[in-house]
Design a protein around this ligand. Structure first.
Ligand code: 5GP
Ligand code: ZN
Length: 117
């Protein structure tokens, strides 16, 4: 069910603490941790603690929680002292989504090309 922890979900396990992660921020509703395969000097993932399969499902089911995630991306950027950064929500396997628990990538600390690849 949307929002409930999923036994087979990597990010639910990070929320539960059964898989370790380098956590940089935590709130009542979100966790932010460093990506294991960073694509930029700062590459942090911000996730809702509740399980939703992607950003669109999160926004539809729990808009206030989606706003919490967005608010936390700015908090991560402030903490990492990023003047500019990019927020990415890969949505669907064709866009590179590999983990089916909504997450915002916060990327910064280097030049970021536009348009992205
Ligand atoms: P996606 O490809 O779904 O947009 O993003 C998933 C991200 O999760 C990838 O950037 C990948 O490097 C990261 N990732 C996968 N497994 C782990 C893990 O066990 N720990 C951490 N910290 N990041 C992970
Ligand atoms: Zn999950």
């Amino acid at each position: 069910m949307a929002g409930e922890p999923q036994d087979d979900c990597l990010f639910c396990k990070i929320v539960a603490g059964t898989i370790p992660a380098t956590i940089v921020r935590e709130t009542d509703t979100t966790v932010a941790f460093r990506d294991i395969n960073p694509q930029a000097p700062t590459h942090v993932l911000v996730i809702p603690k509740a399980h939703h399969r992607d950003a669109a499902a999160l926004a539809a089911a729990a808009p206030e929680l989606a706003a919490d995630v967005l608010r936390e991306t700015q908090a991560v950027a402030d903490q990492e002292k990023l003047e500019s950064y990019r927020i990415v929500f890969n949505t669907g396997s064709g866009a590179g989504q590999t983990v089916w628990h909504a997450h915002a990538h916060v990327l910064g600390g280097r030049g970021l090309e536009w348009p992205p690849g």
